[in-house]
Design a protein. Structure first.
Length: 278
């Protein structure tokens, strides 16, 4: 069992495991660092795995006297780097976390060795989760029910009920005022004109059944970022790293090896259903 150290850095609770080249993982809107739980054993064996709970999410505190925006999340990630002594890392972002890491790479390019964007977009989220829909659902249903409704639509057809229940429990931790600010900022963020300024090797990953950030959004990212490759994972929805972790881990491991980094410890047969789009 991998040892996990829990460290509080400002308003950010970080879970750190393993040693080696840092891999920094940033989760999505109302989700948590636990959405990367299936990567811990594979990647902590040969890397320092840093899983961030963004402020107001998961284990992290949610003080009301700060902002919960893409820009402030970027600075929170920078503070994690500084506190842990990370000069440069492979930066991996899911959904809203994908927007955070895009902006981090644009603001602090020397801090990013390579970039991985999972279920991400260059602008907002997909049409199914726009700011007006989310804010109305929070008003009508409350933030917990609204977040859980999104989760119910987020998984692919093969996801188990237990996995969906896990995700619903995790998103229930994010307060309404955090969710409102975060979704508004995410909706306003637009990197479409700046994707060409991201010059690090980039892997873009999307589930074929993702309706939260549909595959065409990932195609836009891959077309816009010069040194990028797009991978579609069949039968996965918005959370391929949870739904098909062996496939995702092999894919990420192959990408790391192409950057001259050590491979993870995973099953060699895990990519039998992987599709690459070049």
């Amino acid at each position: 069992m991998t040892a996990i150290r829990t460290i509080t850095i400002g308003d950010t609770v970080v879970q750190v495991s393993g040693e080696g080249t840092p891999l920094v993982f940033v989760h999505g809107f109302t989700t948590t660092a636990e959405f990367w739980r299936e990567q811990v054993e594979a990647f902590s064996a040969r890397h320092q795995m840093v899983r961030i709970n963004l402020p107001g999410h998961g284990l992290s505190p949610g003080p009301e006297d700060r902002e919960y925006t893409i820009g402030t999340f970027v600075e929170d990630v920078l503070k994690v780097y500084q506190t842990l002594g990370i000069e440069s890392a492979v930066l991996i972002g899911l959904s809203m976390g994908g927007t955070v890491v895009q902006n981090f790479a644009l603001s602090y390019p020397d801090r990013v060795r390579a970039l991985v964007l999972v279920g991400a977009t260059p602008h907002g989220l997909g049409a199914d989760v726009n700011v007006d829909n989310v804010l109305k659902a929070i008003e009508d249903l409350g933030v917990v029910a609204a977040s859980q409704k999104v989760i119910e639509r987020s998984f692919g057809s093969r996801a188990s009920a237990a996995l969906i229940d896990f995700a619903k429990d995790e998103v229930a931790q994010t307060p309404a005022f955090v969710a409102r600010q975060a979704i508004a900022s995410l909706n306003a963020s637009d990197n479409r004109a700046r994707l060409g300024d991201i010059h690090v090797p980039t892997m873009v990953v999307v589930g074929d059944e993702d309706i939260i950030t549909p595959p065409n959004e990932s195609r836009t990212l891959a077309r816009g970022i010069p040194n990028s490759q797009l991978y579609n994972i069949p039968w996965a929805g918005h959370f391929p790293m949870l739904e098909l972790p062996d496939t995702f881990n092999r894919l990420l491991g192959d990408f790391l090896m192409r950057q001259g980094l050590p491979p993870p410890r995973i099953d060699a047969s895990a990519t039998s259903h992987l599709h690459q789009n070049v």
